[in-house]
Design a protein around this ligand. Structure first.
Ligand code: NAD
Length: 417
């Protein structure tokens, strides 16, 4: 995606496609094309050197017809209100496809966290939480981690909100550490869901994953977990990368060893020497059965889509394929499992975390993983059935399901007053 405005346009184009299939009422289409509520805040933070810096942040609630809004908080220098709105809209469809009782939201702050000390990061997080706190609430809007934020940031958000509420409110945010009401299985949830989606897609395409060759772009939360779990289920991970670059070995890579020895090191996984070093773009074009882009958006576009050799592409990241790339892969007969289906495991286990927090009753990891697997399989089956019914691809089918569930909820509730 070349500009952020395009991301919102892209989200609106996708909505328009689903609206055509559903013959959606024009008024309802207009309602769904824009967020329900947007807050833009500018707030000061006294930095470690005593100077005041002003940050800009957003919180966008796209649609709350099916329940409280849910969506991560991104800290990144390139965020803007359009990108945040697009991501909020995608969260609405993602929650609806998984059939969990949430609407979509997203928050962000324009900041390069690498330039902040830990103390500055904490102060900025607490002030941002205070500025947008009127939108948060365990029954209204529940944030979670996204790019640039993590369990520690969620802890500060929970604490800040709780200080102002006068009592501890763990259910106001998910992705927390276990000690503060986090859920077993949350850290691995997105990668685990990606692997379940891959298994379902492989089954339907007649591809045996046992011995299948897999390439994963990204070695963070999603990529490393997906690589580890897919290898454990019998596939061979032949290529993987992080921001520094990738490595390839057609006989397979020792994912667990890479994870314990090289993740987070300055030279990254490139320090592992029993493999051929490749660039991130070369990695995507290598021969494999399954390609899982699990790093950043728009890595496959009209320039390289024709060179992709995988049979299945499973979107671990949000938006790794541009619409042009989508069309090219489709023409080549490459089967794509879209992000709003493939990477929904994270928000599903966030939902489990919230349920556990509201009940003050916590589940064992097995229970979390089994429930997650069931939801992922059901979502996959529903999307596949819709794709067959409309003779369309999984992305369009997932959007049709998501938009239809939200539209139905809106119609049944009626328009107040
Ligand atoms: P992360 O920060 O843990 O990991 C990102 C990985 O990508 C790191 O290994 C990093 O080195 C690598 N990377 C960064 N820039 C790169 C580049 N230019 N080329 C190749 N690799 C690069 O993030 P994450 O949580 O794993 O998220 C990855 C993607 O998955 C994002 O698109 C995110 O929005 C999406 N996602 C995450 C979750 C979740 O629960 N974590 C849920 C749904 C979707």
């Amino acid at each position: 995606m070349s500009t952020h405005t395009n991301v919102l346009e892209m989200a609106r184009e996708q909505l328009a496609v689903a609206a055509r299939y559903l013959e959606l009422d024009a008024g309802l289409h207009t309602v769904l094309a824009s967020p329900q509520r947007t807050l833009i805040v500018r707030f000061p933070v006294v930095m470690d050197n005593g100077e005041v810096e002003v940050f800009e942040g957003y919180r966008v609630q796209h649609n709350a017809s099916r329940g409280p809004t849910k969506g991560g908080i991104r800290y990144h220098p390139d965020v803007d209100v359009d990108e945040t709105s697009a991501l909020a809209m995608w969260m609405t469809w993602k929650c609806a496809v998984a059939n969990i009782p949430y609407g979509g939201a997203k928050g962000s702050v324009k900041v390069d966290t690498k330039k902040l000390s830990r103390r500055e990061l904490e102060k900025m997080t607490r002030r941002y939480t205070t500025e947008i706190g009127q939108m948060f609430g365990q029954y209204s809007d529940i944030p979670a981690p996204d790019i640039g934020t993590n369990a520690q940031v969620m802890s500060w958000i929970m604490d800040t909100y709780s200080m102002q509420a006068g009592h501890t409110v763990p259910g106001v945010v998910t992705g927390k550490p276990i000690e503060l009401g986090g859920s077993e299985g949350r850290v691995e949830a997105t990668g685990r869901g990606v692997v379940v989606a891959t298994e379902e897609a492989a089954k339907s395409r007649g591809l045996n994953l046992n011995g299948a060759k897999v390439i994963v772009q990204g070695f963070g939360n999603v990529g490393a977990t997906a690589a580890k779990l897919i290898q454990e289920s019998g596939a061979i991970v032949v290529g993987i990368s992080d921001a520094v670059g990738g490595i390839y070995n057609e006989n397979g890579l020792p994912i667990r060893e890479l994870f314990t020895r090289y993740q987070g090191r300055e030279g990254g996984i490139r320090e592992y020497k029993e493999a051929q070093p490749v660039s991130n773009s070369e990695l995507l074009e290598l021969p494999c059965d399954v390609l899982i882009p699990a790093a950043i958006s728009a890595v496959i576009d009209e320039r390289n889509a024709d060179k992709i050799q995988a049979r299945l592409v499973v979107e671990g990241a949000n938006g790794p394929l541009t619409p042009d790339a989508d069309r090219i892969l489709q023409d080549k007969g490459i089967f794509v499992v879209p992000d709003i289906l493939a990477n929904s495991g994270g928000v599903v286990v966030s939902y489990f975390e919230w349920v556990q927090d509201l009940q003050n009753f916590f589940w064992e990891e097995n229970e979390v993983n089994n429930k997650l697997t069931r939801i992922m399989r059901n979502s996959y089956a529903a999307v596949e059935t819709m794709a067959k019914a409309h003779k369309t691809d999984l992305r369009t089918a997932a959007l049709i399901i998501g938009v239809k569930r939200v539209a139905d909820a809106t119609i049944k509730r009626g328009i107040f007053p």
